[in-house]
Design a binder for this molecule. Sequence first.
Ligand code: SF4
Length: 388
Amino acid sequence: MHVGDVQVGGDAPVVVQTMTNTDTADARATLEQTARLAEEGAEIVRVAVPDKAAAAALPEIVRGTPVPLIADIHFDYKLALASIKAGIHGLRLNPGNIRDADKVREVVRAARERGIPIRIGVNEGSLPPIPPLADGEMPPPKPQRMVDAALWEIGILEEMGFEDIKISLKAFDVPTMVTAYREIARRVPYPLHLGVTEAGTPGAGSVRSAVGIGLLLAEGIGDTIRVSLAADPVEELPVAWNILSSLNIRQRGATIVACPTCGRIEVDLIPLANQVEAHFQKLGKPITVAVMGCVVNGPGESRDADIGLAAGKGKGAIFRKGEVVRIVPEEQFLSALIEEGRQVIAEKFGEAPPAPKAEELDAIIPMTAVDSAATRPGQGLPGRAARR
Ligand code: SF4
C-alpha cells in the first residue's frame, strides 16, 4: 500500500511516523512543525482532526507538507469525509468510537474514490463496549478485545472489497500490545503500524517503546512505527531511528558508539560524545563513530567502527576499524575526529562534507544530551580532565 508516495508493507523498508501536537486549525504552525519533523526523519506525519476548524485548515496543510499526511479521526465520520475532500493522503479511524457500520461504509466509499488507505487504529483506552456476558462468563482478555475491535472493522472494509488497510493495536502495557500484534499478524495479511501508546516521558517512554516495538520488529512483525513520547514530537524521531538501527533494519545518519566511562577514564568524555553525535548526525551519512575513554580497551571494544577516538590523559589515539592511525592532543579530539570523518565519508560516498570553521566547531553543542545544561562545553559539571 501507499500513503502518498511512501510505500508501507510488502518489500518496503519499515517507515517512521510521528504526529504533530500543534492546533491543526493553525495551518502555519502545523506546517512549520511538519517540516521540522520531516527534517528529523519523519516519513509520514499524522495530524489530529478533532473538529471542523481543523478540517478547514487541511487543504492548506496538504498543499505545503513535505511528507504524506494522515488525518486522525475519532467519533465523527464527517471529519473523515472532509479530510478526504481536503486531499489528505491517509486516514486513521478508531473502531472503538465510530461504531456505526453505515458511517464507516460511507468513509470507505469516499476513500476508495480517491485511492486513500485507511488505518484501523485500535487503542486499548477506547475499545468498544464488551457485549453482554452469560452467567459466569469472563470478559475476553484485553489483547483479544483489541484484535476483535480491529477484525470488526476489517470485516466491514473487506465486505466492500476495500483492502487498502493497515492496522494498529496500541497499548501502554507492552505484553498486551505485543500479544495483540502477534495475534493480528497471524490472522490478517495487512501492514501493521506499531506503537506503544502514551509511552511516557522521554527516558522511560523511549525504553518502553523500544522494548514493545523492538520485540515485534525482531520477529518480523511491523511495517511502520511511531514512538509516542510526552515531549516535543521531534524527540520521538531519533528514538524511532535508533530502534531501527539497533536491529540493523535501517540506519539514518551516523551511529555513535560511546563507552559508558569507568574508573580508567582520564578525560571529560560524555560532553565530547554528545558533541560528536550532534556533528555526525547532522551530516546524515551512515558511518559508525566511536568515542572511547581509554587506549587500553577503546580500539578493541569498537573494532567495527569506521573511525574512533581512544582518549587518554592529555592525548588520544584516532583509529580506523580498530587500527590506530594517529595520536592527537586533547584539545584536538573533536576536530581530529571530524577531519578523519570527512575522509571516511569521502572514501565511502565519493564526496567529503565541507570542513567546519573554527567558530562552527565551538558552536557544536550536544543534541541528545541527558541534560543539555550539564553537558554544554564549558557549562557542565567539571569532568576529570577539568578537575585535574
Ligand atoms: Fe572504561 Fe576504557 Fe571501557 Fe571506557 S573504554 S568503559 S574508559 S575500559
